[in-house]
Design a protein around this ligand. Structure first.
Ligand SMILES: NC(=O)c1ccc[n+]([C@@H]2O[C@H](COP(=O)([O-])OP(=O)(O)OC[C@H]3O[C@@H](n4cnc5c(N)ncnc54)[C@H](OP(=O)(O)O)[C@@H]3O)[C@@H](O)[C@H]2O)c1
Length: 403
């Protein structure tokens, strides 16, 4: 059940002006959270982590209160709070309404609960399209959903303008490499004035897993089903196999480096034919994938005969501005070869990294890692609202020292 729209006084101009509350000896600030995609794989795991980390919240000076949860058919708003541990069960008990998601998105704008942080754990373009409205209304957003940060130039500009005007922020570290420090590293280099000359990368944990299994003799369709079962794949795995998911990550990385481009500027070669990718139903898509098994069996045999392996390689070269993502064969001793299942890797050459390239690698997909990364971003997002510890300040220490 959705709360009736309520007049909301003012977005908090000063985050520190929200009322403090006391829990025992600690002064904390209430942080309101709205979780979209709460019953999905990442969303429900995130709720479990939020419920389990009371000590972390109190150490951070905040007390999170979930005031809204939604999926594509159900939505629940409760200003007194919804316990994280039973939020999914309460959401599932709500009567389904086809318009629930849109009504929820609108209701958040008028909710008399600030600070408010939206956790978008969907993979929905409709949800991403609401980012400018929420940001402009003083609501921060934390998300692993790539569709906002990699949106077309018009939506990307609206998101940037809304953040600038309102002082709110979109936290998107987990959109590339789940919990790996990929985006944050590139943003730090960019802020420090480094100039990235070129990089190559494997950005799809799902396709690392799939191509690894295909090279071990498994059929492509079985390997993709395995990636779905492991929780690595996108809600619709065609987004992985088409290269769209990895291409969006490349857009997000390049935007972090200051490049003004979008998906249409990425040269993207899919793993299977467009005809197979056109199937809108995920279950039927998985079934139809068997049609590509023989092709990939032959490709794997060819690579093996040449002592090579297949990787889904992303590359960017500043010299010609070319950004490309494609299945490619590399020698077995290549730095991108023999990655662990679901591993991501970035190898970057820049003005600061001349002696040797910067390399970031590790598992870059999975429900636990993504949910943990979203929780990390959420903690960063709450920092500006947290009650500052009333510990001895630097100036009072100086006065004591002078006395
Ligand atoms: N899995 C990974 O390794 C990984 C890594 C990095 C990033 N991510 C990202 O994390 C996000 C979540 O992935 P997931 O695997 O948890 O997906 P999922 O299990 O399919 O969950 C998606 C959730 O979003 C809800 N949803 C869809 N459209 C919505 C709408 N318009 N309004 C409100 N809710 C909506 C779905 O509701 P219904 O249940 O009603 O359909 C579902 O609860 C995706 O953006 C994905 O790209 C995942």
């Amino acid at each position: 059940m959705l709360a009736p729209p309520t007049e909301f006084p003012d977005a908090l101009a000063d985050p520190q002006s929200a009322p403090e509350i006391r829990r025992g000896h600690r002064a904390l600030r209430d942080i309101h959270l709205a979780v979209i995609g709460a019953s999905g794989r990442v969303g429900s795991r995130l709720l479990e982590l939020i419920a389990a980390q009371e000590g972390t919240w109190h150490a951070a000076g905040v007390d999170p209160r979930i005031v809204g949860v939604a999926n594509s058919r159900q939505a629940l708003i409760s200003l007194p709070g919804i316990g994280a541990a039973n939020a999914v069960a309460r959401l599932r008990a709500v009567t389904s309404e086809p318009t629930a998601a849109a009504a929820f998105a609108e209701a958040l704008l008028h909710l008399p609960a600030r600070p408010l942080i939206v956790l978008d754990c969907s993979a929905s373009a409709d949800v991403a399209a609401r980012y400018p409205d929420w940001l402009a209304a003083g609501i921060d957003i934390v998300t692993p959903n790539k569709l906002g940060p990699s949106a077309d130039k018009a939506l990307a500009a609206a998101i940037a303008a809304a953040q600038k005007a309102s002082g709110t922020h979109l936290y998107d570290a987990t959109t590339v490499g789940a919990q790996l420090p990929l985006l944050s590293t590139l943003r730090e280099l960019q802020r420090a004035g480094d100039r990235v000359e070129r990089f190559e990368a494997v950005l799809s944990g799902t396709l690392s897993y799939v191509l690894g299994r295909v090279q071990q003799g498994e059929a492509l369709s079985a390997a993709v089903r395995g990636a779905v079962a492991e929780g690595y794949a996108e809600p619709h795995p065609a987004r992985d196999l088409s290269g769209e998911d990895a291409a969006r990550k490349l857009v997000i990385l390049l935007r972090a480096l200051g490049h003004d481009l979008d998906l249409a500027d990425i040269e993207c070669v899919p793993l299977v034919d467009a005809q197979l990718l056109a199937e809108p139903d995920p279950a039927r898509f998985l079934h139809g994938l068997a049609g590509a098994d023989d092709t990939w069996r032959a490709r794997a045999a060819l690579a093996q005969a040449r002592r090579e392996c297949w990787v889904y390689r992303a590359s960017f070269d500043q010299a010609d501005g070319r950004a490309r993502i494609a299945p490619e064969r590399v020698p077995l001793d290549h730095a991108l070869a023999r990655l662990a299942p679901c591993e991501n890797k970035l190898i970057l050459h820049s003005a600061f990294y001349r002696a040797a390239p910067l390399t970031v690698s590790g598992p870059g997909a999975g429900i636990d890692l993504t949910a943990a990364g979203v929780l990390g971003d959420l903690l960063i997002a709450t920092r500006r609202y947290a009650v500052q510890p009333a510990a001895t300040t630097a100036s009072s220490q100086r006065i004591e020292a002078a006395a």
